[in-house]
Design a protein around this ligand. Structure first.
Ligand code: SF4
Ligand code: SF4
Ligand code: SF4
Length: 165
């Protein structure tokens, strides 16, 4: 937990040695032990956000779209490296970086418009332009905001909640 918090605070978005696995993945050491690199989760994903990493293990790529938490990847995983009973889907959260043009300030609300859970709230700043703020507890880490940001200011990172096994 402490390591994840440190990564979050220093902007180590994916965490050292911690790529974003498909949702409901076991803890990393158990995941890589169980996963057979069969690609079944990747082919099952309707939004195509699961890609094959260089090491052959699957990881999420939010540049391709968002996770709808449909669970198709879990169903497809015969090795049970992804398990619904693992608890929360994942620890991933969105974070807004300094490149955000609303901080410049230029009017932009694209990420807020894309967020179904309304985790992104805009607060008026001096100068009359509202800047986004993400409520971490409400963010599901779906990634819908990631691709719509015109300047790539959003990063998807492991939050403070650990993926449980
Ligand atoms: S839950 Fe559904 S949308 Fe999300 S990664 Fe798995 S298959 Fe893809
Ligand atoms: S990752 Fe999803 S829930 Fe979180 S802020 Fe972005 S759109 Fe909203
Ligand atoms: S979409 Fe990007 S630039 Fe626009 S408000 Fe959100 S983070 Fe800022």
């Amino acid at each position: 937990m402490r390591a994840l918090r440190r990564q979050f605070l220093r902007g180590d978005f994916y965490g050292i040695g911690m790529p974003v696995r498909p949702p409901w993945a076991l803890r990393e050491p158990q995941f890589v032990e169980r996963c057979t690199r069969c690609d079944a989760c990747r082919t099952a994903c309707p939004t195509r956000i699961i890609v094959r990493g260089q090491d052959g293990f699957p990881r999420a790529d939010f540049a391709r779209g968002e996770c709808t938490f449909c669970g198709d990847c879990v169903q497809a995983c015969e090795a049970a490296a992804l398990r619904r009973e693992a608890g929360a889907a994942w620890s991933v959260k969105a974070g807004i970086g300094a490149a955000c043009i609303a901080l410049k300030p230029v009017v932009c609300r694209s990420c807020g418009d894309a967020c179904e859970t309304r985790a992104i709230r805009f607060k008026l700043r001096p100068g009359g332009v509202a800047a986004p703020n993400i409520e971490i507890d409400t963010c599901t880490g779906c990634g819908a905001c990631y691709g719509v940001c015109p300047v790539g200011a959003i990063a998807m990172r492991h939050g403070e909640t650990e993926v449980t096994a």
